[in-house]
Design a binder for this molecule. Structure first.
Ligand code: ZN
Length: 315
């Protein structure tokens, strides 16, 4: 067993995306209940997610966009079509904590205190782009985390693995020309954000070859996912030799989740965790930081996260 560092903040359960919105505070409550009721709960250290600073957010986002979002939220918020969600007074502070959660984990993991970290980040982040919110996301939590580690620590190769059922267009865009970040996404083809995440999209310039998209057909089961993982993802990561693995973990591919349209079982997330640990042991000293992205069916989400974290802790 190895201890898990979990960065949490109550604001993750306060941001209000709108009435009957699938991206609900109940998601985070379900995840935290799964952690608190798990057999391995004594191996989890929960710390407060800190705020990401303006400078840290500016690693990925246009300060003018961030300032406009802050003002909009403070003024009471509104429905944002590109985000497909409301924002309100708590949304901006929640986004600062969601972005800061990864940074909280990064410092403890890079200084060797922990090997594995997790944050039930909300709002999620992987769709947010340089100057715009998108797909329930305000700030790109995982992209800010990756750039923070590159800048602060002596790290040359980071892998971001994104197994949310949607393509992480914002993360891909942030590192499209960056060879120090290998972005890998396994997602459902022909789903939001549409016309993104195609097999032929592999990066540009110095970043050419450092993006790997694996689109999968709707209705995929565990076996199809794992065949694709073994065939494309494992050799790519082994060849790259990342010094740390960051994970955009979405559980909206779970069979219970009607948004995703896939048929993954809860057990798949155990196998993903096993694969990640093996890959992290190869070159990354076992370092894996996971941030929550999607997952909208509460039972499937809680089970998926529980099985995934349980296996990481089991080591
Ligand atoms: Zn998703």
């Amino acid at each position: 067993m190895q201890p898990l560092l979990l960065a949490y903040h109550e604001l993750f359960t306060i941001h209000d995306a709108g009435p009957d919105h699938p991206e609900s505070p109940e998601r985070i409550k379900a995840v935290m209940n799964a952690v608190k009721n798990a057999q391995w709960r004594d191996h989890v250290k929960i710390v407060e997610a800190r705020v990401a600073t303006e400078d840290e957010i500016a690693l990925i986002h246009d300060p003018k966009y961030v300032e406009a979002m802050r003002r909009l939220c403070e003024a009471g918020g509104q429905y944002l079509p590109s985000m497909e969600s409301n924002v309100g007074p708590e949304s901006y502070p929640a986004a600062l904590r969601a972005a800061g959660a990864g940074l909280t984990l990064a410092d403890s993991i890079m200084n060797g205190e922990f090997k594995i970290g997790f944050a039930p980040t909300r709002p999620p982040g992987h769709h947010a782009i340089y100057n715009r919110p998108m797909g329930f996301s305000i700030l790109n939590n995982i992209a800010i985390l990756a750039q923070y580690i590159l800048d602060k620590y002596n790290i040359e190769r980071i892998c971001i693995l994104d197994f949310d059922v949607h393509h992480g267009n914002g993360t891909e865009a942030a590192f499209w020309e960056e060879p120090k970040v290998l972005y890998i996404s396994l997602h459902r083809d022909n789903l939001f954000p549409y016309d993104k995440g195609r097999l032929k999209d592999t990066g540009n310039g110095e970043g050419e070859g450092f993006t790997l998209n694996v689109p999968l057909p709707s209705g995929c089961d565990d076996e199809t996912f794992l065949v694709a993982f073994d065939r494309y993802v494992t050799p790519k990561i082994l060849n790259y030799g990342p010094e740390i693995i960051l994970v955009s973990a979405g559980f909206d591919g779970h069979i219970r989740d009607i948004i995703g349209g896939m048929r993954y079982s809860s057990g798949l997330y155990e196998v993903i965790a096993d694969n990640l640990l093996a890959l992290a042991d190869a070159n990354a000293e076992g370092r894996v930081i996971t941030l929550l992205e999607g997952g909208y069916e509460l039972k499937g989400l809680a089970e998926g996260v529980g099985r995934y974290l349980g296996r990481l802790i089991k080591g």
